[in-house]
Design a binder for this molecule. Structure first.
Ligand code: C2E
Ligand code: MG
Ligand code: MG
Ligand code: MG
Length: 292
């Protein structure tokens, strides 16, 4: 190996790497503590809406860390640290537990809306995951079909044998499976032939490009058509503008999520939003009928 960076900066490089790993170790210790306390790791919740009726089709749970000193941290700043540690299983359980508690509360209020949780592909290497999920569903008395596990396809193709087994176990619990960021992995199509899934989420990169780029628009259209052909739900992610919304509606996309509709919000706000969406959707049925 020959160092290519100028100035023979090997010493500098090493100390930077040491600093980075020291920081990771600190983060990990703090995460371990945060998982034990009540209010540092919180869910931000983002509804997805039906493009025809405006009603909520589901709500996605997105983890946030209210770090006492570092300030609020987005998942991109700490998920990878969790993924390479022994905290992954407890963390995944923590998020599903919180999500199910929230969904149980909605159900008490008459709102039977599915909740979606992101599951690291690395969690699919854990053979205990299906039993853990089943136990959490039992504890919260939430029907399995009201929990959607979002999986990012890219990493799913490695270690296929174990992953196939865990996915089969999850399916057996009755939870729904969604492919997150669909179209960004290398093997989306192969994946669909191996694992029965319920939902495709169109990556926001393609949604962002679809108004100006014929290529992005073609990818979105193809994904919507594929979902229709296979009888899957399709949700467009990262919808930010009315133009994107109109383009998605024109392609026959049924459901959308993004800042144009709602930013991720604290759990205590969601119940009111879900009620309002349902009431508006029901009110809309009347004038439609009156117009014939
Ligand atoms: P994702 O599952 O694809 O989630 C969508 C991301 O896009 C979220 O970022 C969300 O806040 C953001 N977003 C939503 N609408 C818009 C929009 O209109 N425009 C733009 N620019 N962004 C939008 P976030 O919360 O930072 O999460 C990033 C990723 O971290 C997620 O991507 C997911 O892969 C992962 N993640 C989040 N929560 C969890 C978790 O509890 N467990 C695991 N394992 N991963 C998580
Ligand atoms: Mg997601
Ligand atoms: Mg996504
Ligand atoms: Mg993403």
């Amino acid at each position: 190996y020959q160092a290519k960076s100028g100035g023979g900066s090997v010493g500098w490089y090493d100390s930077a790497r040491d600093a980075a790993s020291t920081n990771q170790l600190a983060l990990l210790a703090e995460l371990r503590a945060a998982l034990a306390v009540d209010d540092q790791l919180v869910l931000a919740l983002q509804p997805a809406v039906d493009l025809k009726t405006g009603d909520a089709t589901g709500v996605e749970a997105l983890i946030r860390w209210k770090h006492p000193r570092r300030g609020p941290l987005a998942p991109g700043e700490f998920i990878s640290v969790i993924e390479s540690s022994d905290l992954l299983a407890p963390f995944t359980q923590y998020v599903i537990d919180r999500a199910l508690a929230t969904a149980a509360d909605w159900a008490l209020n008459g709102l039977l809306v599915p909740i979606s949780v992101n599951v690291s592909a690395r969690s699919l290497l854990d053979p205990r995951l299906p039993a853990d999920v089943a136990e959490l569903l039992r504890r919260h008395q939430v029907p399995a079909h009201r929990l959607v596990l979002e999986i990012t396809e890219t990493v799913m193709m490695s270690e296929l044998a174990v992953i196939d087994e865990v996915l089969a176990g999850l399916r057996a619990t009755g939870v729904q499976l969604a492919v997150d960021d669909f179209g960004t992995g290398f093997s989306s199509m192969t994946l669909l032939t191996r694992v029965p899934v319920d939902e495709l989420k169109v990556d926001r990169e393609f949604v962002a490009g679809m108004v100006d780029s014929p290529e992005a628009a073609a990818i979105v259209r193809t994904t919507v058509d594929l979902a229709r052909e296979l009888g899957l739900r399709v949700v467009a992610e990262g919808v930010e503008t009315a133009d994107q919304r109109a383009a998605l509606t024109a392609l026959g996309c049924t459901s959308a999520q993004g800042y144009h509709f709602f930013r991720p919000m604290p759990p205590e706000k969601v119940l009111g939003v879900l009620r309002a969406l349902r009431d508006n959707a029901q009110a809309r049925i009347v004038p439609l009928r009156a117009d014939g």
